[in-house]
Design a protein around this ligand. Structure first.
Ligand code: ADP
Length: 265
């Protein structure tokens, strides 16, 4: 009798996760981790089982956003146990495995690839509805590794600000997702506008239209336009992203459209 080749652990693990979604940006500092963290937390609020993998090896900020930067994961029978922050949400990040959080991580491509493989293969994610992967900015080794290691990525969310420099690089991210054959769920525009704290008037900071144009050129949707809101930065600095989802803020109302788009994709 011919024996079937053994299903690799990685394939088995990834098949237990219904939706594997990467969050990308062309540039740093545009709000990619903010979007990844809130997507994970808000879908968990809606009752889904969610995992969040911080694959931003050089600038891991997810643990701080959930107040778990001093925790260290345990190892169980099925592998490294991701840190649970609520009943429905657990998190893994390179920042939780390194000794000194102020030391930079200096790795070449193959080492990064090995680390990412370990995150997918040896973390006991279990059965999940969603796994969000917060990628480093740009189109380097990490997104490529993720796309190669996961049989099928279900979607990509691309985050940008409306400045020209960010838009230029977001076009690269869209091309990259297309080359990897990962369907783009949509573009999230972040920090394009703010409300004047005195008169409440909405101010468009960079002028309009750039994000829509990129979206139209690549035939993808803009799934949210998130304003600048210092409260959002505060919630993150205090490590309370998983706890503040019902706060009555314009930012959260706009963000619920992003969550709807991912849920309905
Ligand atoms: P990236 O992952 O793209 O580097 P982050 O999500 O870490 O970006 O965001 C960079 C900084 O900007 C963080 O301090 C974050 O709290 C803040 N920030 C992101 N989006 C907003 C927003 N809409 N309003 C106010 N601050 C924001």
């Amino acid at each position: 009798l011919l024996e079937k080749p053994q299903e690799s652990k990685l394939i088995k693990q990834m098949r237990a996760i219904k939706n594997k979604i990467m969050v990308m940006s062309g540039k740093g500092g545009v709000g990619k981790s903010t979007v990844a963290a809130n997507l994970a937390a808000r879908l968990a609020d809606r009752g889904y089982k969610v995992g969040l993998l911080d694959a931003d090896i050089h600038g891991p900020s997810i643990p701080k956003m959930f107040g778990i930067e001093d925790e260290r994961p345990n190892v169980g029978e099925d592998g490294i146990i991701p840190i649970p922050v609520t009943e429905n949400l657990s998190i893994m990040s390179i920042a939780l495995l390194v000794e000194d959080k102020d030391s930079p991580i200096i790795w070449r491509g193959p080492a990064k690839m090995a680390a990412i493989k370990q995150f997918l293969e040896e973390v006991a994610w279990g059965k999940l509805d969603y796994l969000f992967i917060d990628l480093p900015p740009g189109t380097g080794d990490e997104p490529l590794s993720i796309a190669q290691l996961i049989e099928k990525l279900d979607g990509a969310v691309v985050v940008t600000t409306p400045q020209d420099v960010a838009l230029l690089s977001v076009r690269k991210s869209l091309t990259f997702a297309h080359m990897l054959e990962v369907p783009v769920i949509g573009i999230v525009e972040n920090m394009g506008a703010m409300r004047c704290p005195h008169c409440d008037e909405k101010i468009d900071i960079y002028g309009m239209g750039g994000v829509e144009k990129a979206a139209a050129d690549f035939d993808v949707d803009v799934i949210g336009e998130l304003p600048i809101d210092p409260e959002i930065a505060d919630i993150e600095d205090q490590g309370r992203v998983h706890l503040e989802g019902d706060r009555d803020l314009e930012w959260f109302r706009e963000f619920s459209k992003v969550v709807d788009s991912v849920e309905n994709f």
